[in-house]
Write a protein that binds this ligand. Sequence first.
Ligand SMILES: Nc1ncnc2c1ncn2[C@@H]1O[C@H](COP(=O)(O)OP(=O)(O)OP(=O)(O)O)[C@@H](O)[C@H]1O
Ligand SMILES: [Mg+2]
Length: 262
Amino acid sequence: MSTVSEDAAREPVISLRGVTAELGSRRVLRGVDLAVRRGEVVALLGANGSGKSTAIRTIVGQVPVTGGEIEIFGTPRRRFRDWARVGYVPQRTTAAGGVPATVTEVVSSGRLSRARFGVLRRADRDAVRHALEQVGMADRARDSVEALSGGQHQRVLIARALASVPELLIMDEPMAGVDLASQEVLAATLREQVERGVSVLLVLHELGPLEPLIDRAVVLRDGCVLHDGPPPRAVGQHALPGHDHVHPHADHAEPTRTGLLS
Ligand SMILES: Nc1ncnc2c1ncn2[C@@H]1O[C@H](COP(=O)(O)OP(=O)(O)OP(=O)(O)O)[C@@H](O)[C@H]1O
Ligand SMILES: [Mg+2]
């Protein structure tokens, strides 16, 4: 017997059906089907240029689609306005842009969709401080983001997404350039989010410390879905140093590759 709450749990928070997108004259997405159900953690995998970031950017409205349908929390993307429910971590670029801002300012921008008339209140400031603590950057709150290393900057972008206390987290390579110790801190933070019922779509190249959290993997190749199902576990476990399984090939230097990630 299925209860109402079980049915609600099956409801997709993100749904892409037959989505196509072009950038320049290039067909970058060629009919992508992708669903993330409530409470699920879905990894989006694939080689460089396979269309992962483009797929993510169509969801958050930064790339127009030329065909297909996108729904967020069951609402067509064009009509969706409730962005306070969504935390987005863009793929980090090396280009420093715009006016230098402090760590606190960047993370506070994650609260703006919740703040009335753009005025941050006590609760907003508390949420910003808490988010910085979650990524281990509280001691850098007053620093300019320009004075941060790449991995520290990435952690600040994650804090910005967490500060809005979202129901859905969309993250494009959140672990890129982040050292293993910080990856483990972020994995623990993400586990807390998942335990709270947050749904997650994230682009990864290696499952790494996130491997145990991932329910499903969608692999893109040339703008098409190549695989949608269980994550390629061997890759995740081998990506962890000191994994304690004994494998028949343990004497080989190279870990086994499933071929899905490259
Ligand atoms: N602004 C753009 N104009 C033209 N082509 C673009 C643009 N942005 C991306 N592309 C092309 O779209 C394709 C997919 O790019 P996308 O950034 O989605 O790949 P990705 O899977 O995220 O790769 P990576 O792992 O390197 O981040 C690539 O061939 C890329 O060159
Ligand atoms: Mg990308």
